[in-house]
Design a protein around this ligand. Structure first.
Ligand code: G3H
Ligand code: 13P
Ligand code: ZN
Length: 288
């Protein structure tokens, strides 16, 4: 059953667990996420980026998620979300396609620009009954920081600024930077839990942790205790998929040319990864 992302997040926040927001690029990844959600009886958010909309076709990928969720998994609360929308245009396009939740990511610009544009997009979204997430501070990517140690102070969310930002923009959820990093970028040796505590004490909106592929049990538990209601996961699923493909293709003596053989195994690998995340996020078993 399709639900508003905001409702899924608020439910998690009120009940002290977190939900996973898993990126998809295709049919197999979407099916794997939903199969995992069914097996774990977990609510779930499925999200796509601009790059995926360009790759798959925005309408195609949206309909794949919607149709698979509604037709094959009607009992699972599923939120469909645009991840890291970088412009007003892409957000308008996503809403026109049917997305009811979007992220506007203006985190790379100046604070004032991020504030102004987020506010404008938030007003636009709320008039149309669309949920909006924004980011303050930077959750870096490998291509931005390389493999060197990062000067984390430059990337962190400022708690006081976050309070002002959320009040002025009326966003529904905030992505925070507390030493977390996207993909293969090196994270801070320890997340800044004190900062996270401080942010969550000042805000009522659900907080989102991007770059959570490599977040395991202890860090996840600490983050949930300090107000995180959602972890974004992409790289872990992609690694599971590609590793499975490489393995099945290179290890097979007589190579099968049935696409379904290879993609089916890769789909299963993602499913296992997602199920593990649902366990540690504590969203498993939360469907009433
Ligand atoms: O943060 C979001 C994704 O991990 C980046 O994925 O390559 O689809 O933009 P992308
Ligand atoms: P990872 O690729 O590090 O899991 O990050 C995903 C993410 O933040 C998507 O928005
Ligand atoms: Zn992200």
């Amino acid at each position: 059953m399709l639900e508003y992302v905001k409702d899924i997040l608020v439910e998690a926040k009120e009940n002290n667990y977190a939900v996973g927001a898993f990126n998809t690029t295709n049919l197999e990844t979407t099916q794997a996420i939903l199969e995992a959600a069914q097996e774990k009886k977990s609510p779930v958010i499925i999200q796509v980026t601009e790059k995926t909309m360009d790759y798959a076709g925005g309408r195609n990928i949206f309909q794949i998620i919607k149709n698979t969720a509604e037709y094959y998994y009607p009992e699972i609360p599923v939120g469909i979300h645009l991840d890291h929308g970088k412009s007003f245009e892409v957000i308008q396009r996503a809403i026109e396609i049917g997305f009811t939740s979007v992220m506007y990511d203006g985190s790379r610009g100046k604070y004032e620009d991020n504030l102004m544009t987020t506010k404008r997009i938030s007003e636009y979204c709320h008039k149309k009954n669309i949920n909006i997430q924004a980011e303050l501070g930077n959750v870096p990517y490998l291509k931005e920081v390389g493999i060197i140690d990062v000067d984390w102070d430059k990337y962190m969310t400022d708690p006081e600024q976050a309070e002002k930002f959320v009040t002025e923009t009326s966003i529904d959820a905030l992505a925070v930077a507390v030493g977390n990093a996207h993909g293969f970028a090196k994270e801070r040796s320890k997340p800044d839990y004190e900062r996270l505590d401080n942010i969550s004490k000042r805000l009522d909106v659900p907080l989102i942790m991007h770059g959570a592929s490599d977040w395991e049990e202890e860090k996840v538990r600490n983050a949930i205790e300090r107000g995180i209601s959602c972890f974004n996961v992409d790289t872990a699923s992609r690694v599971a998929f590609i590793t499975s493909l490489v393995k099945t293709i290179s290890e097979t003596k007589e190579l099968s040319y049935d696409i379904r053989t290879h993609l089916g195994k890769a789909r299963k690998a993602i499913k296992e990864t997602v199920m593990h995340k649902m366990d540690i996020f504590k969203s498993a078993g939360k469907i009433k």
